[in-house]
Design a protein around this ligand. Structure first.
Ligand SMILES: Cc1cc2nc3c(=O)[nH]c(=O)nc-3n(C[C@H](O)[C@H](O)[C@H](O)COP(=O)(O)O)c2cc1C
Length: 218
């Protein structure tokens, strides 16, 4: 039997029962239904500092000297994962500082000055990536910056940006009342993280003219 896929859900809000956490729970539910092994981590539990100047603060053995749990989150949960879903509130039309700090801090270990950086880079690539977001405002542009940033992260790491869900709410778990049903969509995203069709063509990509195969009704 094939080993089950590993999914990490990174919650980037400080609110334990907030809207990002509600969407993250739905992703977890869907993923577990499809046999995926899921870990959920609140970034706040692991990171207490921004990235610093590695030349100044890297230890002699190459390790990061910041005394928090980032290393554990990155090496034990992020690198081994086949897929990662970022669950972030919209803060100032972008990812929360927690999410941004997570991505910034990875630099310490993929930079060439870290002794095992080649192995780290290899493990950072070719994941399936998803994004769930909570915002107070409803207009589409409020969350597009985040979608763009995760798209570029995915492109840069040869990863596949499988999909995103945006839920609207402000008070804790109010996203449950969003009539566009983002909680249902988040559960579907979780269920399909490793099976949803992904395509990103170049002009010379060979493909048939049909995306979903022959249409039996035509
Ligand atoms: C510092 C801060 C900045 C925010 N910026 C925005 C924003 O630019 N646009 C928006 O729609 N909502 C904004 N919000 C509202 C949150 O996105 C919204 O309350 C969301 O549901 C919070 O998610 P959470 O429950 O996971 O923390 C902001 C909230 C905070 C605390």
């Amino acid at each position: 039997m094939a080993a089950s896929k590993k999914l990490l859900i990174l919650v980037a809000s400080p609110r334990r029962k907030g809207n990002s956490a509600t969407l993250a729970n739905a992703v977890q539910l869907g993923a577990e239904e499809s046999g995926t092994t899921v870990s959920v981590a609140f970034i706040d539990d692991y990171i207490t500092s921004f990235l610093r100047d590695c030349r100044v603060c890297r230890k002699a053995d190459g390790e990061c000297s910041i005394r928090d749990r980032f290393r554990e989150l990155f090496f034990d949960l992020f690198l081994p994962a086949d897929g990662v879903v970022i669950a972030s509130p919209v803060y100032w039309y972008g990812l929360s500082a927690q999410a941004k700090a997570f991505f910034d801090r990875t630099f310490c270990y993929y930079a060439a000055s870290y002794p095992d950086s080649e192995q780290v880079v290899e493990s950072m690539t070719r994941k399936r990536i998803g994004l769930v977001m909570a915002s107070e405002e409803t207009y589409p542009g409020a969350s597009l910056g985040m979608v763009h940033q995760i798209q570029e992260y995915s492109r840069y790491t040869h990863s596949e940006f499988v999909g995103y869900v945006r839920g609207v709410g402000n008070s804790r778990s109010e996203v449950n009342r969003d009539p566009t049903e983002p909680v249902v969509a988040a559960e579907t995203l979780g269920r399909e993280m490793f099976t949803r069709r992904f395509s990103d063509f170049r002009i010379d990509t060979e493909r048939s003219g049909r995306v979903w195969g022959e249409d039996p009704s035509s």
